[in-house]
Design a protein around this ligand. Structure first.
Ligand code: ATP
Ligand code: MG
Length: 572
């Protein structure tokens, strides 16, 4: 391909609204353009990368036996109303009406769609298991669309859905998908980890997220470098093997703490450690009010509490709700004297003695509080936010907090959707049974941004070979010199004949401009036809190395072999 004909408008300056490196480089490099917040066009270079990522995902799906199909983006509201998600999915769902006032959504995901699609025809146990996938555009009206392709409102996802007669069969497909996702990451040389994840609103029993390490990522993950345990911060557990002390119980006392509301203020006021305070948080959900207790130096992880209580609607109560319920302001809430409200404590509270809690009375706190004696805790569980340095739940070594980008997630759904949609098959014993399902999402467009986040330098993108828009850029230093141009063209044609994708920079611009552009768009190998041709040489340089190599411009075989070897050993 001749660069002079390529539609790839590159920019010298970073666009003012690019809020992350990958967005900046993809826009400057002429890969994408923004049309609206979270909505992008792919220009020819971006389309080439997108097609390559798509192809890798497709090949790995096909290798597991999954079958590709294509479902409509426009989905009728009825199926979503049947599962309850028309309301539950929330404002991320884009809804609209047709001219006859029928309601539709632009699909944010396709569980309802696929289950409805197959349920009348996937009827016999003999047809199962089956795993169906599509690579399609998804719509989510994200609260904060940002970071370019990382969090769009219109984006491309691969979503697969599997149907089974047994949990063993689901486990098998789940592992096949897990392994396929690992291979997808490996084919792009991504540094990643598959972490245990919370199942959140999608539901189901088991889930892993595939997270690519990047400082700019929005996912917090905890990793044990000793035993390999890893989990999202939402899900991560930690070891807390503190034992009870033989300290004697002191007398419960209500003390005046005027204007002291936060744990920090309280610790200062009473001249005690934050760990000697127990925070009481009030939450409310469809199951009513709960009070959650945790040591003052720790934070509550609402995802863990939601899954413990099986209530995804749980949220912190507002100051008004708290005042109404307890006749006390939020900063003075405590468990002593509370009636008819479930009290759940984090494990960190279990062995504490003589601690401080809110007085359930404005401007007062209790000191020397002891559960069992002063109030009852209904249940202990792990509801803390695990942080850097907490101990690994498997081996006790310190956990490290790392940042990453979630590129894919696999879920075991069980019968959640098949039950709601009455989707059954007939088993070998003639009985109707619900499909057991799994679902597996991969962010195809997000992957492009994740790759750029991981592989770039101050000059631009450094594409892994497998998804680079071209593998080789040939730079003609001076277009006025026919020898340079003809040599470049001849080498380009020769390489293309051998299946190597070449971009020949035949533009009438300065050599410096061409070098900068080639680095910006991140082509793995650059061949320069310039001054050294006076000695019959061309120069070869890999994008991620500063060294260059000179070889004879006339020796096709040597050129081909050198290019192949360099690309094969390109460590991306
Ligand atoms: P996130 O927590 O980042 O919002 P999610 O859990 O909502 O992701 P899933 O519903 O599991 O995502 O979707 C599957 C995959 O689709 C994700 O792993 C991610 O790679 C991609 N994805 C999700 N939301 C977006 C988005 N707004 N823009 C681009 N890709 C997305
Ligand atoms: Mg989301």
């Amino acid at each position: 391909m001749d660069w002079s004909k390529l539609y790839a408008p590159t920019l010298k300056e970073s666009p003012s609204d690019a809020d992350i490196k990958s967005a900046e480089l993809l826009i400057r490099g002429g890969f994408i353009r923004k049309s609206a917040s979270g909505v992008f066009s792919y220009l020819p270079l971006g389309t080439r990368v997108l097609q390559k990522v798509t192809q890798i995902v497709r090949e790995e799906m096909n290798a597991t036996g999954a079958q590709e199909l294509l479902m409509p983006i426009m989905q009728p509201s009825e199926i979503w109303k049947t599962t309850g998600r028309w309301d539950d999915y929330g404002p991320e769902m884009m809804k609209f009406k047709d001219r006859n006032d029928r309601e539709f959504t632009l699909g944010p995901t396709h569980e309802e769609m696929i289950t409805t699609l197959v349920k009348d025809e996937l009827r016999s146990y003999k047809q199962l298991p089956v795993n169906l996938y599509q690579i399609n555009t998804k719509y989510r009206d994200e609260i904060r669309p940002r970071f370019g392709l990382l969090r769009g409102r219109e984006f491309i996802m691969k979503d697969a859905y599997s149907f089974h007669t047994s949990t063993e069969s689901l486990d098998q497909t789940y592992m096949d998908m897990y392994n396929a996702y690992s291979r997808i990451c490996e084919r792009m040389n991504l540094m990643y980890v598959a972490v245990e994840a919370d199942t959140g609103a999608i539901g189901g029993s088991n889930s892993h997220e595939f997270t690519v390490f990047a400082e700019s990522g929005e996912s917090n993950i905890l990793v044990c470098e000793k035993c390999g345990y890893s989990a999202t911060q939402e899900k991560a557990e930690c070891l807390d093997d503190r034992k009870s002390t033989d300290e004697s119980l002191k007398e419960l006392t209500l003390v005046s703490t005027p204007n002291v509301r936060t744990v920090d203020e309280l610790a200062k006021f009473l001249k005690i450690e934050k760990a000697q305070i127990v925070k009481s948080m009030v939450l409310v959900g469809k199951s009513g009010y709960v009070m959650a207790l945790i040591r003052g130096d720790l934070e509550i992880n609402t995802s863990k509490l939601k899954s413990y209580l099986g209530d995804q609607t749980l949220r912190f109560a507002t100051p008004e709700e708290v005042l109404e319920k307890f006749s006390s302001q939020i900063g003075y809430i405590g468990p002593v004297g509370v009636k008819e409200i479930r009290i759940i404590a984090d494990n960190s509270v279990k062995f504490l003695k003589n601690y401080v809690v809110g007085g359930l009375k404005n401007e007062y706190h209790y000191i020397n509080v002891n559960h069992g004696r002063d109030y009852e805790i209904k249940a202990y569980t792990d509801i803390r936010v695990v942080v850097d340095g907490d101990r690994c739940p498997k081996c006790g070594a310190p956990l490290k907090l790392k940042k990453g980008i979630e590129v894919g997630q696999v879920f075991k759904l069980g019968t959640k959707y098949s039950e709601k949609l009455s989707a059954t098959y007939v088993d070998s014993d003639g009985n109707e049974k619900y499909y057991i399902m799994g679902c597996y999402g991969w962010g195809v467009s997000r992957t492009i941004a994740a790759v750029v986040e991981q592989f770039h330098d101050e000059r631009g993108i450094i594409w892994p070979r497998s998804i680079a828009p071209f593998e080789v850029a040939i730079t003609i230093v001076n277009m006025a010199l026919p020898n340079q141009f003809e040599t470049g063209r001849k080498i380009g044609e020769m390489l293309e004949k051998h299946g190597i994708e070449v971009l020949l920079d035949d533009r009438d611009v300065s050599a410096g401009f061409k070098f900068k552009d080639a680095d910006l768009i991140g082509i793995p190998l650059r061949i320069t036809c310039g001054k050294s041709l006076e000695n019959g040489d061309i120069e070869l340089k890999l994008r991620n190395s500063d060294k260059s190599l000179k070889i004879k411009a006339k020796d096709d075989e040597l050129i081909l072999n050198t290019v192949k070897t360099l690309l094969e050993n390109y460590n991306l």
